[in-house]
Ligand binder design. Structure first.
Ligand SMILES: [Cu+2]
Length: 152
């Protein structure tokens, strides 16, 4: 009897010791710097999940409201809107970048100064399990271009 109970406990321990379900890799997280008084900015990064997952939400102590946004060209106007979740298909790199998906930081509690590192927590769901991923995002200059510009 006690032996059986031990086995169950051992199995439970083994299950909980399994690595996190989603195994999301975050590459090159950064935040666009702000000028004094600016209340919102975007955070960008590349996400790659080992198994199908979803980015459900994000949080940061630097912002009162954080949403996942999508930016789209509609009738020649760039518009952004909040999306309930962002799909992270297994093995595919999903890029959050200016002009596309981004983590919107609003109601900022501080100026985002170039060179600072800001913590952002991602809430990710995979196979019905939620997990959080801690990200340290580097603040870049407010006017930092997304990619080096070429002159011709
Ligand atoms: Cu936005």
């Amino acid at each position: 009897m006690s032996k059986a109970r031990f086995s169950c406990t051992a199995i439970a321990a083994l299950l909980f010791a399994l690595p996190a379900a989603a195994q999301v890799t975050v590459t090159d997280p950064w935040i666009r710097g702000t000028v004094p008084g600016q209340m919102a900015t975007g955070a960008f990064m590349q996400l790659k999940a080992a198994k199908d997952a979803k980015l459900l939400e994000a949080n940061s102590p630097t912002a009162g409201v954080v949403e996942i946004h999508e930016m789209k060209l509609e009738n020649n106007v760039m518009r952004m809107r909040a999306v309930p979740a962002l799909d992270l298909p297994a093995g595919r790199t999903v890029e959050l970048k200016p002009g596309g998906y981004h983590v919107m930081l609003m109601d900022l509690k501080q100026q985002m100064k170039e060179g600072e590192v800001v913590p952002v927590t991602l809430v990710i769901e995979s196979a019905g399990r939620r997990e959080t991923v801690e990200v340290k995002a580097a603040v870049r200059a407010p006017a930092a271009p997304a990619a080096p510009m070429k002159k011709h």
